[in-house]
Design a protein around this ligand. Structure first.
Ligand SMILES: Nc1ncnc2c1ncn2[C@@H]1O[C@H](COP(=O)(O)OP(=O)(O)OP(=O)(O)O)[C@@H](O)[C@H]1O
Ligand SMILES: [Mg+2]
Length: 340
């Protein structure tokens, strides 16, 4: 089997008593474009900092293209392009100057360096600001310069921590298109909070919450999840419910009253085929009015909300803070306190 581009085994990191990354294991094959999602403080940046050799792990292992992040950090650095959460740039340098300097640092040969910088500036749409001082750039442009920087040495792996943060909607679209395009030639792990946009580009999504992986599925698997239908039918709720339940294509039915004789039905199909027309025909044949028929697939946002909200609801259901007279319970973090 080919060595995975990113191989993470039981990785953990604690900052004192804060368990930022907790026993994380995953592999990313070459060329995969992975959306790394999670609420604020989930541990995404910490994980990325470990993978890019910026931060040592407390325990566990990680290899990039087969190189150990701890013991072969220089080899790892040669093979990655890293866009950190806040892009560190030298404000007194001009964009092209800065990128040329970075290219030199990254060992891009003198011959061809200029062309490479030009190419990366064009790809990340910063050519028009190439003579501007970095300190005068807007956050979005600075972010793009950071992205151009990651591409300079043409590394096989890109680790991008919120590459779309601070961008306006048009720039988000453009940056995601660039990332998608890069996805063909590079393995990419990118974190973001903009879920509907991720939906357009990702091959796989990993959701991390409180340092632990809560969800890891490919786009193919998500797309193949069974669909449900939303039907709005004017007719007697009980009779329509019973009728829908009797249909051989239907696995389950949930009814919700909209108006006195209009009901919304969430119908789960037994298979992945589209049964909308068949069901619509049968409902019409019964003489009931069909106001709406819609297929619904779980969006990334719905999946994210389900995965993350489940945890938040559990937290809300936990005992409320006790009165001041009682002994103070352990800090609100319900998770275990890691060993030092
Ligand atoms: N240098 C540090 N010292 C102490 N705690 C830290 C440090 N860096 C991060 N943390 C804590 O570790 C946890 C994970 O933080 P991290 O920055 O990795 O999350 P994140 O998923 O990137 O969040 P965001 O979406 O807000 O960027 C948080 O509880 C954070 O407060
Ligand atoms: Mg972060």
């Amino acid at each position: 089997m080919q060595t995975p581009a990113i191989n993470v085994q039981n990785l953990s990191k604690n900052y004192g008593s804060v368990q930022a990354v907790d026993d994380v294991t995953f592999q990313v094959p070459h060329g995969e474009l992975v959306g790394f999602l999670g609420p604020n403080g989930a541990g995404k940046s910490t994980c990325m900092r470990i993978l890019t050799t910026w931060l040592p792990a407390s325990s566990g292992y990680a290899w990039l293209n087969g190189y150990d992040v701890m013991y072969q950090s220089m080899e790892v650095r040669r093979r990655i392009g890293y866009l950190p959460e806040s892009v560190p740039v030298y404000g007194e340098m001009r964009v092209h100057e800065y990128l040329t300097y970075r290219a030199k640092l990254k060992g891009v040969e003198r011959h061809g360096r200029r062309a490479r910088v030009d190419h990366c500036m064009a790809k990340c749409r910063v050519k028009e600001v190439q003579n501007r001082l970095l300190s005068t750039l807007s956050k979005g442009y600075r972010q793009r310069v950071g992205l151009a920087d990651t591409l300079l040495a043409d590394p096989p792996i890109l680790i991008l921590d919120e590459p779309t943060s601070g961008l306006d909607p048009v720039q988000i679209g453009e940056t995601l298109a660039t990332i998608k395009e890069l996805g063909g030639q590079h393995t990419i792990l990118f974190s973001t909070h903009v879920l509907p946009e991720v939906e357009k580009v990702y091959d796989r999504v990993i959701i991390i919450d409180k340092g632990r992986i809560k969800f890891d599925e490919t786009k193919k698997a998500i797309d193949a999840r069974e669909a449900s239908y939303l039907l709005e039918v004017r007719g007697p709720t009980d009779a329509v419910t019973a009728f829908l339940r009797d249909q051989p294509e239907v696995a389950s039915v949930k009814a919700k009253t909209i108006e006195s004789d209009l009901t919304g039905f969430e119908v789960r199909s037994r298979d992945r085929k589209d049964h909308r027309e068949v069901l619509a025909g049968r409902i019409a044949a019964k003489g009931w009015g069909l106001r709406r028929v819609e297929v619904q697939r779980p969006s990334l946002e719905a999946i994210f909300n389900e995965v993350v909200r489940r945890r938040q609801e559990t937290a809300v259901a936990a005992p409320a803070p006790v009165a001041a007279t009682e002994p103070t319970p352990a800090p609100t973090e319900p998770d275990k306190t890691p060993a030092a």
